[in-house]
Design a protein around this ligand. Structure first.
Ligand code: MLT
Length: 329
């Protein structure tokens, strides 16, 4: 008995280090992942008096998303914040990338924090070595390119478009007539600059902070899909912690993900005005948007049904309808 108390006390005092990686710039006011990582660090370190230390590795110091997710999955680092590349480890993550799934952020946040979002997190825990602690936001994604203004899918014909390292975006761009090339995020600016690809797709605040407007002329506000940030921790590491530390980490991750969403939402609201000074911006008409939606959604859903349990697709569509109804949409 006395021995086990000693062991418990020693475990409680054990110094723990959590390394958390992301590939965005080390500025919390422009990069939501960095804001999230710094908030998580502050909350965990202050709640434990520094017993748990959090080291943040931003700006692709530990590689692009695929590389550091590999490290989290293997347990060579403890945590990462990532979006598209999650599909390489957990194909079910692509269910959130269905084109034109979410009508706005409010509906997306409700679905992610609701039973469907929890179900996807539980599935990830069962099928990988990672646990998703919280959802953050990459945001609504739009096409940019350097060749011509894109008004409708016809204008995408033959354009070489950089996509994230995930097959769902390859399908999306193919369905619209473009030629997709997966490239890790840290290499996107130079690939556009050197003409390796003609265009890319990202939310306006990302286009702004990554200064993609320096190497891209045309922006089309088609909002084809909503990117989700996953906040993952290695399962074996997490399960080795005391239940109290696990709860503390879950709470800190939840709050930090709110900061991620807030910073992203603020920067999304501010970025468009800034981009107007640098880029030619086009907002598709409802008819043009309908063309994007019909082509992309049908093709991606049809393909996704062959990649993951098709019931998940029906469930996410139902969860979106329920969230819409709760907002009176
Ligand atoms: C990407 O296009 O690789 C991502 O949207 C970048 C990010 O997560 O900020």
């Amino acid at each position: 008995m006395a021995m086990s108390l000693l062991v418990d006390a020693a475990a409680a005092q054990r110094q723990i280090t959590i390394r958390i990686a992301h590939a965005d710039p080390p500025d919390p006011f422009v990069a939501q992942k960095h804001a999230q990582a710094l908030t998580f660090k502050a909350l965990v370190e202050s709640a434990t008096g520094g017993r748990i230390r959090v080291e943040v590795y931003p700006a692709g110091q530990l590689g692009g998303e695929r590389e550091y997710l590999e490290a989290v999955n293997l347990g060579t680092i403890e945590m990462g914040i990532a979006s598209g590349a999650m599909a390489g480890f957990f194909p079910e993550a692509m269910v959130f990338d269905i084109p034109y799934l979410f009508p706005n952020q409010a509906v997306a946040w409700r679905v992610l924090d609701g039973p469907f979002g929890q179900k996807i997190s539980k599935l990830m825990e069962q099928k990988t070595n990672m646990i998703n602690l919280a959802y953050g936001e990459v945001g609504f994604r739009h096409f940019t390119n350097n060749v011509r203004p894109i008004h409708s899918p016809q204008d995408m014909q033959g354009l070489k478009i950089r996509v994230q390292e995930t097959p769902v975006y390859v399908r999306l761009v193919q369905s619209l007539g473009g030629s997709p090339t997966p490239i890790p995020w840290p290499e996107v600016y130079s690939s556009l600059d050197q003409g390796v690809v003609d265009g890319q797709e990202n939310p306006v605040s990302t286009i702004d902070y990554a200064r993609l407007y320096e190497v891209q002329r045309y922006l089309t506000l088609d909002g084809h899909s909503y990117g989700v940030d996953f906040t993952v921790i290695n399962k074996r590491f997490f399960n080795s912690l005391s239940p109290e530390d696990q709860q503390l980490i879950r709470r800190a991750a939840f709050t930090a993900a709110r900061v991620n969403q807030g910073i992203k939402a603020l920067n999304e609201a501010l970025a468009l005005n800034k981009l107007q000074q640098h880029m030619e911006i086009y907002s598709p008409t409802p008819e043009e948007l309908a063309q994007f939606r019909t082509l992309a959604q049908q093709a991606v859903i049809e393909w996704l049904r062959t990649q993951i349990d098709p019931a998940l697709i029906d469930e996410v569509l139902a969860a979106v309808r329920e969230a819409e109804a709760s907002f009176g949409i």
